[in-house]
Ligand binder design. Structure first.
Ligand SMILES: [Zn+2]
Length: 162
């Protein structure tokens, strides 16, 4: 099997896409695991940009930095705030101000390799949460860190206009 877009060889469950879809299915049945859902999505798309939309990738990169800087609770509060804002004032759009301090997505990506990939995640009895939610969350944090690090290593990103 050819290496994945993220550069990683397939694992026992298959390619990263197989791991990703298994996680999405498993977290639907596990509300605690689901807390990391936005991290899972951002990491997957930043490691496999062809699976998403270019126009969203910068926001996903900033959201990942926000999570690594402020933590999961802050990320979930931010997301809840966005949803509430979108429901109440459907034309107001999203409040992106909290993401502005973070680095824009560097040009010239995606990186060729990441220190950690989806297909390296352990899977066993109990699925991806084989050793508890805390350990699962820690792996998600390391995955997010590896993703941020690889993207930041390719350059400083485009200059802000003005
Ligand atoms: Zn991959």
């Amino acid at each position: 099997m050819a290496p994945c877009e993220c550069g990683a060889p397939a694992g026992p469950l298959g390619a990263c896409a197989d791991y990703y879809h298994s996680i999405l299915a498993e977290e639907q049945r596990d509300p605690v695991m689901y807390r990391w859902h936005p991290v899972v999505v951002c990491v997957y798309l930043l490691q496999h940009p062809s699976r998403g939309h270019d126009k969203h990738l910068d926001g996903q990169f900033r959201l990942l930095q926000f999570y690594l800087h402020r933590g999961l609770d802050a990320l979930l509060r931010f997301r809840a705030h966005q949803v509430a804002r979108n429901n109440h004032r459907s034309r107001a759009g999203y409040d992106m101000l909290p993401l502005e301090p973070y680095a824009p997505l560097p040009a010239g990506g995606p990186p060729e390799r990441f220190r950690m990939s989806f297909c390296e995640l352990p899977y066993g009895d109990g699925g991806f949460v084989l050793d508890g939610h805390e350990a699962y969350g820690e792996r998600m944090r390391v995955l997010a860190e590896a993703t941020q690090e690889a993207w930041k290593s390719i350059g400083p990103g485009p200059r802000e206009p003005g």
